[in-house]
Design a protein around this ligand. Structure first.
Ligand code: SF4
Length: 361
């Protein structure tokens, strides 16, 4: 099983928390679609397994024309694809667009809603209102999408435990099949980061963020969503197949500036240069992974999932080292070993970075 990720690096404006690679223009979109197809032809041999998932993310893929999305999608689609996801922003969703996306072949939409509170949305420069996001969601349903994922952020400026609870409950009432909920992180290079340095923004207190996370766990569980990865929740059987392939160490091909690929042995990374990309100048860097790098990748991804880390995949020496490194977390109960599976109970996922750091080889 393999996946293909296509990065569309265009956004109409920059959200204040974002450090993703994107440009505030759509001028190059036709040439960009050509460049993606060219890159696919050059590197498709890296994937030897059947491609089951396609994910077009960004940036804002819904900002480019449906004609360009169709050109890219139909070029790489093959009949084995069972999950084809398009990332969209609420302000781009119309019934006409949604029907076109469905007609192209997308069967899953991931929509960045982030909050259902207008003040919070404005505070981070989102271009849509809460009402627009709700309308967009129902428009996608009207167009026939039966697999919708919604992104939310907790720890936003102006957000309180109460307003977070309200947004989350409203989203659960809408019954999406999948929810990605991220704790706001301050990325160097983002506008929010600069605002913090200038004393114009104070990040939400850690205890309040922890409380929001607890509420997230409770409300999603009440709605029978399975918390299957640190930031991801799904109704039974609706887990993201594409993301799961990253966590299961399977092959994936990433196309576009900033995209990553993995052929089972080597990782590839595309430099952030749209100018070179459009001109056909190679932007792909190769990283040969040592056995230790591969094991550490398994640890990082495994411990972020409910399934956990299967120690049977490690030779005896590495297995012993992992258990030795993580002994204090095991003793404290924040890391659990059951039938050779090491896992972090979900209530401790908020501190998983520290646990994983200590466990690495
Ligand atoms: S959060 Fe999404 S829409 Fe906003 S700037 Fe980043 S990539 Fe673009």
């Amino acid at each position: 099983m393999a996946g293909i990720y296509i990065h569309i690096p265009f956004c109409k404006s920059k959200c204040f928390y974002c450090d993703f690679y994107s440009l505030p223009t759509l001028n190059y979109q036709d040439r960009y679609a050509d460049a993606v197809i060219r890159e696919y032809e050059k590197y498709k041999h890296l994937i030897t397994d059947k491609v089951y998932t396609i994910y077009i993310g960004g940036g804002t893929p819904s900002a480019i024309s449906s004609a360009n999305l169709r050109r890219i999608y139909t070029h790489i689609d093959d009949s084995a694809v069972s999950e084809a996801t398009l990332e969209v922003n609420p302000e781009d969703v119309t019934l006409e667009h949604a029907k076109l996306w469905k007609n192209i072949g997308f069967n899953r939409i991931s929509m960045g809603i982030q909050s259902l509170n207008d003040d919070e949305l404005k505070s981070v420069g989102r271009r849509h209102s809460a009402a627009q996001a709700v309308n967009a969601y129902y428009t996608l349903r009207e167009a026939g999408f039966q697999n919708l994922s919604v992104d939310l952020i907790y720890g936003l400026p102006l957000q309180t435990v109460e307003s977070w609870t309200k947004s989350l409950r409203k989203i659960m009432d809408m019954q999406p099949e999948h929810l990605s909920a991220y704790s706001l992180s301050l990325e160097a290079g983002s506008r929010l980061y600069a605002m913090q340095l200038a004393g114009k923004y104070v990040p939400t207190d850690d205890n309040e963020v922890a409380r929001m996370y607890e509420i997230l766990e409770v409300i999603t569980a009440e709605n029978e969503m399975n918390h299957y990865e640190i930031s991801n929740f799904a109704l039974p059987g609706r887990e993201s197949q594409h993301n799961s392939s990253y966590w299961n160490n399977t092959q994936y091909l990433g196309l576009g500036p900033g995209a990553h690929s993995f052929d089972g042995k080597r990782r590839y990374y595309n430099r952030h240069s749209i100018k070179d990309y459009l001109a056909g100048v190679p932007i792909r860097e190769t990283e040969i992974l040592s056995a230790t790098d591969n094991y550490n990748d398994l640890i990082v991804t495994g411990l972020r999932t409910a399934k956990g880390l299967d120690l049977k995949n490690f030779p005896n020496h590495e297995r012993a080292e992992i258990l030795n490194n993580s002994r204090s977390w095991l003793t404290s109960g924040k890391l659990v070993l059951e039938a050779d599976i090491l896992h972090i109970p979900s209530r401790f996922w908020l501190i998983s970075d520290a646990i994983i750091r200590d466990t690495l080889l």
